[in-house]
Each structure stands twice: as structure tokens, then as C-alpha cells.
Design a protein around this ligand. Structure first.
Ligand SMILES: [Zn+2]
Length: 138
């Protein structure tokens, strides 16, 4: 069995099983504000710091807020076209990420989305390198 390596393991968990939705490593303040990614610098809502902010796993599901298709990119290692999406997680935070598969068709805001892991390259050892993306929920 080939071991996969997560590109940004501090941001999400890599679940067992092909259909498992990755959980996102967010945080919650004692005031109730939920944010992503986890940090202890300060709550964006009330300003509390440190232990007032605790890690919480977010479900990795939400709604599409906006999308933009990139047809050309200045960096040669960024293969266009690709689609950038803003997703409001069910717990509240909005994150900007990439669509798992580029889409030429416009995406309706409000579309149900789910986190997924895609292979973005190969390590020197041959093991797949995976990273977080979002896709329309089936
Ligand atoms: Zn707070």
C-alpha cells in the first residue's frame, strides 16, 4: 500500500477510506466565534488570545459563496485553467481554495460543497502528495 503525504497537514486531517471527507483543523473561541485555520494570536471577534482559543475539527462541508476561473497564471508551475472558490463552511468560516476539477460552466452560489483530497504531485520517493480542494457535493 502506498503512503500518501499531505501537503499541509496542519490544516486538515487525512481520513481513512476513499469517500471520507477530510476534516479541517479550525478553532473556536470561548465567545463562540469559529475560525479557520487554528491560531492562538487572537479572536477576530472579541480579541481574546491563548487558551480562550481551542482547536476544533470542522466538517469540511459548506456552501459556495463565489468562484473565479483562472485562464492564465504568471507562475509557470501553476497549470491553468483552474477555478478558485470561496466556500462558507457550515460552522461559519469562509475559506478560499481551489475546485478539485476545473469547471468551464459557471457555478451557482449556494451550491453545496465538500472538502476532498486530490493528488497534486509525487515526492522523490514516488509517494503521492495530496492537498485539500473542494468539489460540489454529490
Ligand atoms: Zn472571541
Amino acid at each position: 500500500m502506498t503512503q500518501a503525504s499531505a501537503l499541509k497537514p496542519s490544516l486538515y486531517t487525512v481520513p481513512e477510506g476513499a469517500d471520507a471527507v477530510p476534516a479541517l483543523r479550525g478553532g473556536r473561541c470561548v465567545c463562540g466565534h469559529v475560525f479557520f485555520p487554528m491560531q492562538t494570536y487572537g479572536c477576530e471577534k472579541c480579541g481574546r488570545t491563548g487558551k480562550a482559543l481551542q482547536p476544533v475539527l470542522l466538517a469540511g462541508t459548506g456552501q459556495l459563496v463565489a468562484s473565479a476561473r483562472v485562464l492564465m497564471h504568471a507562475r509557470k508551475d501553476r497549470q491553468a485553467p483552474f477555478t478558485v472558490v470561496s466556500v462558507r463552511l457550515d460552522e461559519g468560516p469562509v475559506l478560499r481554495t481551489l475546485l478539485a476539477q476545473d469547471s468551464a460552466a459557471p457555478l451557482p452560489s449556494g451550491l453545496r460543497m465538500r472538502a476532498t483530497l486530490v493528488e497534486v504531485g509525487r515526492a522523490d520517493t514516488g509517494e503521492p502528495i495530496i492537498d485539500l480542494r473542494f468539489a460540489a457535493a454529490a
